[in-house]
Ligand binder design. Sequence first.
Ligand code: PMP
Length: 433
Amino acid sequence: VAAPVKLNTKRSEEIFKEAQELLPGGVNSPVRAFRSVGGGPIVFDRVKGAYCWDVDNNKYIDYVGSWGPAIVGHCNDEVNAALKAQIDKGTSFGAPCELENVLAKMVIERVPSVEMVRFVSSGTEACLSVLRLMRAYTGREKIIKFTGCYHGHADSFLVKAGSGVITLGLPDSPGVPKSTAASTLTATYNNLDSVKELFAANKGEIAGLILEPVVGNSGFIVPTKEFLQGLREICTAEGAVLVFDEVMTGFRISKGCAQEHFGITPDLTTMGKVIGGGMPVGAYGGKKEIMKMVAPAGPMYQAGTLSGNPMAMTAGIKTLEILGRPGAYEHLEKVTKRLIDGIIAAAREHGHEITGGNISGMFGFFFCKGPVHCFEDALAADTAKFARFHRAMLEEGVYLAPSQFEAGFTSLAHSEADIDATIAAARRVFARI
Ligand code: PMP
């Protein structure tokens, strides 16, 4: 058994100590603080391709990818060149620019459900806008979401939510009015009966249903095709709007998002992360008939000073262009499958219970026997073991999401050699945790 490597994190510790006096919990987004895995966060200095370097000059193979956007590799030369050229033309117009049309056309062409799109500046904004839109369109107030799914931090979604909310044990945040929370109904993922019961008990009152078409925010959980198909049928029958939150899965699961992969078309789709290529972008889109409700085409108000800004559009356009080249998704599938198969085999060699999988460049695993079909199943995972695994992998030069309840991401920059080095590291770690 190889001895644990001592990681020098002196500068990271100093910076994070100071940050805790300046920022709540030392961070601007909770999961980054490494609360559930301990040991303190790594403070980044720079990123390139499949790698990140911390302020103590340790290098890591990165499987977080800025939580999804870095799908063509960090700090991509082509994206950078496009952004540098755009800087000289201006970073924000607050007026129409042709780049918005270019990115809109790319999205409409690729995503089956999208006939018209509105750009915003984050996934949260996309989801809260779509919430208002489903209500505006149907004239109903209640919505259904699934336990353990995360749709950003708007009040209505902080009900049995996923991501940092699970990691920190704050499923229902203080500050959300009871009346708001009351109109959010929660069902169990991969369980159609739980959805049917809610529709039956709230006849004619449900505006729509939102889900992660592949879950990343309770860890990685795949839907059955029958589940997605069933949701499509129920929503159509009940006159409710079906929303796929593809903030994480969009342009990652496949060129046309998870909806293309599974062949199920929702009414509305939210997007983020990849669509901004590392700049702050979100988007929502869908049927023209529904999107035409959005101001100024229609009465539902939604706006943004930096929405559609030329820097964000440029990064998004270049990123989608690179993803559109032959072999992009084949590469993601190949390296990611190799990674997850290798991690699972290494864990089992050393007698650890594990279950996991991938679709394209999104993967995850749980330290439990499985199978995991929903958040409730995911709770069986050994989070203490995950914490030991996470720290030990850092010491081995592998940067994983600091929570058992987050998915992992690969990029076009991850090579088979990176994957094999990661599996070798995991094998050493599994022998000692
Ligand atoms: N929806 C999903 C499925 C997400 O994964 C996230 C972020 N992880 C969001 C919405 C919120 O996006 P943002 O963090 O950009 O506000």
